[in-house]
Write a protein that binds this ligand. Sequence first.
Ligand SMILES: [Zn+2]
Length: 89
Amino acid sequence: MDVDELLQRHGVDTARLEPAPLSPSWREMRDHLALLAGCAICGDTCLSAWVVDAGRGPRWVGLCRGHTPGVLSELAAPTVLGKTGAVHG
Ligand SMILES: [Zn+2]
C-alpha cells in the first residue's frame, strides 16, 4: 500500500496538510521530519516524512512507526523516492 492509499483509507484530508516542495532533497525531508507535528493519521510521534500529491499539489505527511508502510525493510536504507518519497529519522 502506498501513502496516498493509506491516507485515503483513513479519511485524511490532504488539503489540510502543509504544502511541500515538489521534489524535496533528502536533506529537506530529513530536516522537515523534526518539524512535523505528528502522524497525519493518529498524531503519534513521526518516524518518517513523506511527500504525497493526491491531486492538490505536494503535501508533507508525517507517519508514526505503526503507520509507516514497509517500515521494517526501509529502516535499513533511508531513501528518497522521487515524487512520493520517504526518509526515516
Ligand atoms: Zn500513526
